[in-house]
Design a protein around this ligand. Structure first.
Ligand code: B1M
Length: 223
């Protein structure tokens, strides 16, 4: 990594949005490729922070502040990325399930996924099974990611999975769930392939699920 990239990555990790914007502007003025500024600076910073979060060296407020700083940098960079070959890791339909209005955790998960190269279709809160299914169809999603914070609403996860099955979409997507009362055991018991405890591990889990999607696509192709 160049000095410049590491300074930018560090500024993201420190959540210093003014410095991030200034560094992105300087890099653009020096004609550094926008894609390098994105991947080696901004994305590197947020990924490093994700690791620190997993190691319990930083906490949610830092993640929030850093993703905001990264997004400010991204705003500066966006016009220069238009023609660039950004490797999108996969399309994820994300939402908090019907009956549930909690969105702070879901938004953090969305930010981390976006910052790490996923294309996220955020459906908001109180999302019905029909809306999830329509969004999957329209966006040609790879993953459906559902958040639930109430013990009374996590019971809606299987309803969504059932709706995807009924619409013939379940074999095309992988389902991932999360939220304070959610466990891997719940995921296993309802046929959701993915579970993540927090926004940093959500990135790892989505990456793992994408490998499954790609592997199965390959298997189908070879069959
Ligand atoms: Co509510 N609420 N709330 N609430 N609320 C809880 C969840 C509760 C535990 C509080 C309590 O009683 N101690 C309790 C649930 C009890 C239960 O079901 N067992 C509760 C209740 C009862 C309610 C109401 C019913 C209260 C009432 O009206 N009587 C009501 C329900 C409204 C509704 O949804 N229909 C209600 C309302 C609200 C507010 C609107 C006031 C507000 C939400 C504001 C908002 O989100 N915009 C609110 C809040 C803020 C909370 C607490 C205090 C904080 C939740 C939060 O944002 N945490 C919460 C108590 C608590 O957790 N201490 C509580 C921070 C956030 C970053 O964490 O969302 O867990 P979290 O997300 C984490 C992980 O879970 C994970 O990653 C995130 C970041 O690392 N994760 C995923 C989340 N989604 C994921 C998806 C993934 C992967 C990981 O993949 C798809």
């Amino acid at each position: 990594m160049t000095d410049f990239s590491s300074v930018l990555s560090q500024a993201v990790q420190e959540g210093d949005d003014k410095k991030v914007v200034q560094l992105v502007k300087e890099a653009l003025a020096e004609s550094l490729p926008a894609i390098d500024i994105l991947e080696k600076g901004l994305v590197h910073g947020v990924q490093a922070l994700g690791q620190l979060f997993k190691d319990r060296q930083v906490y949610l407020p830092e993640i929030l502040i850093s993703t905001r700083a990264m997004n400010r940098g991204l705003e500066e960079l966006q016009p220069y990325l238009a023609g660039a070959d950004i490797h999108k890791k996969g399309i994820i339909v994300l939402g908090t399930v019907e009956g549930d209005l909690h969105d702070i955790g879901k938004n953090l998960v969305g930010m981390m996924l976006r910052s790490n190269g996923f294309n996220v279709v955020d459906m908001g809160v109180d999302v019905s099974a029909d809306s999830f299914a329509s969004a999957v169809k329209e966006s040609n999603a790879d993953i459906v990611a559902m958040s639930g914070l109430l013990t009374t609403t996590v019971t809606y996860f299987p309803t969504v999975i059932g709706r995807l099955e009924k619409a013939g979409l379940k074999n095309r997507v992988r389902v991932m769930i999360g939220g304070a009362p959610v466990t891997r055991g719940l995921a296993d018991s309802i046929g959701a392939e993915g579970f993540a405890e927090d926004c940093a591990s959500a990135v790892d889990e989505a990456t793992r699920l994408m490998a499954l999607v790609e592997r199965e696509g390959l298997d189908e192709y070879l069959a």
